[in-house]
Design a protein around this ligand. Structure first.
Ligand SMILES: Cc1ncc(COP(=O)(O)O)c(C=O)c1O
Ligand SMILES: N[C@@H](CCCC[NH3+])C(=O)O
Length: 385
């Protein structure tokens, strides 16, 4: 841990557990994304699902970026927090009529369509309103993203997107429809992708589909390559920002588009994960038969990723300078999977010590639950405490 990185003295007055967001780090990350995409035909739609905290959303929207939403409520939240509807894309395999109507009334930029029946529904609802909806077809490219099986999305077995064999039917329907306009194609192959080769494969596949459409007389305005860029969960202090330079350079190199065509990106985790930490307090240090348990007051209800995907988060004891000791770090929830880390070397702990679970800014606070009648965690920001 970098000394002085967290305002521990201030933390002592706050009820734990809570999320703490480093706003400077978030801004540094957003600055890099802006720098890497400026002057190119690149558009960013931040994936709201990763963190929908209003303060975080306002920071991101203030950079002029768009939003990628996956529910009607995310659209409402994004607009409330400063994102322009004309910069919102709407994905999801189960868009309801109510959500589609909301998106049509809000005049969002584009629906990322995931099935033939969804496309027919959008056509029908847009027709009733006398509107024309812009759509991009989400294609399942059958690419292995080499990430955890629960967060891979672009394989044939996954529920997302249209399969190759659906595309002629989709195109046929669009040709005869007067209330939808096909403006692009969309992909999202998975999350926490650290092997950039997966994105290279995606570029090759996307260019293939672009030609497929062009050969059928369809000129696409955009290719949306989704999100998925991973971060370094092991070393949050050494690598606090995702490798955006290499990521965007890869698309510069492999996507050959015309001047009037653009690439859209939907990063989530890479934008917000590093800036968030879950701060907890040590309730007990318990000697087990063969191990020591560090029992903290945060649980899987506050951060479910370790329980759900065996995800690794770096854990540190902010209150101790003593020699590291090996602990299983666990929460108070009545589930054995309520474990944040096993066999972790952490500075020797005592009751009351403050513990930081790092890189928790994405899919942390948004996935919190109230199981065991727990309170939802609060959030604090580096420039406000
Ligand atoms: C369609 C879509 N776009 C973007 C994202 C954001 O992905 P990530 O947080 O990995 O960047 C997701 C989530 O995996 C998604 O499902
Ligand atoms: N919630 C997952 C990622 C899912 C991304 C959404 N498709 C995580 O914590 O890693």
């Amino acid at each position: 841990m970098i000394k002085g990185q967290f305002p521990i003295e201030k933390f002592r007055f706050l009820e734990t557990p809570f999320y703490y967001y480093d706003i400077d780090l978030l801004r540094q990350t957003l600055d890099i994304i802006k720098k890497e995409t400026q002057g190119k035909n690149y558009h960013i739609h931040y994936a709201v699902k990763a963190n929908a905290n209003p303060r975080i959303l306002r920071e991101i929207s203030s950079y002029g970026f768009g939003a990628d939403c996956v529910s009607g409520n995310e659209i409402l939240r994004a607009v409330e927090c400063g994102f322009s509807p004309s910069n919102i894309v709407f994905a999801g395999v189960g868009k309801t009529d109510k959500e589609i109507n909301l998106a049509l009334d809000s005049d969002i930029f584009c629906f990322n369509v995931e099935s033939l029946p969804e496309m027919e529904t959008i056509e029908g609802l847009a027709s009733k309103k006398g509107k024309r909806a812009r759509i991009a077809l989400r294609i399942n490219p059958n690419i292995d993203a080499h990430t955890h099986e629960y967060i891979t999305t672009g394989l044939n077995e996954n529920k997302f997107g249209l399969n190759e064999q659906d595309l002629p039917k989709a195109l046929n329907f669009i040709t005869g429809a007067s209330h939808i306009e096909l403006i692009g194609i969309h992909f999202h192959i998975g999350s926490q992708i650290t092997d950039l080769c997966a994105f290279e494969n995606l570029c090759v596949r996307a260019m293939g589909w672009k030609h497929w459409f062009e050969n059928r007389g369809v000129r696409l305005q955009l290719i949306n390559v989704g999100g998925g860029l991973g971060i370094n969960y092991k070393h949050p202090n050494h690598c606090p920002i995702a490798n955006f330079e290499s990521y965007f350079r890869l698309f510069d190199k492999h996507m050959k588009l015309n001047d009037d065509q653009s690439i859209h990106f939907e990063p989530g985790r890479s934008v917000v994960a590093p800036c968030g930490s879950l701060i907890a307090q040590t309730v007990y240090v318990k000697e087990g038969l063969s191990k020591k348990f560090l029992i903290i007051d945060a649980g899987m209800t506050d951060l479910i990723r370790p329980a759900l995907y065996q995800a690794f988060h770096h854990i540190e004891n902010m209150s101790s300078e003593e020699e590291p000791t090996c602990y299983d770090v666990v929460g108070p929830i009545c589930e054995s999977s309520d474990t944040f880390g096993k066999n972790r070397e952490i500075n020797k702990a005592k009751r009351g010590d403050l513990i930081a679970i790092r890189s928790a800014g994405a899919y942390g606070e948004v996935m919190a639950s109230q199981y065991n009648c727990r309170k939802l965690p609060k959030s604090y920001f580096s420039d406000q405490i």
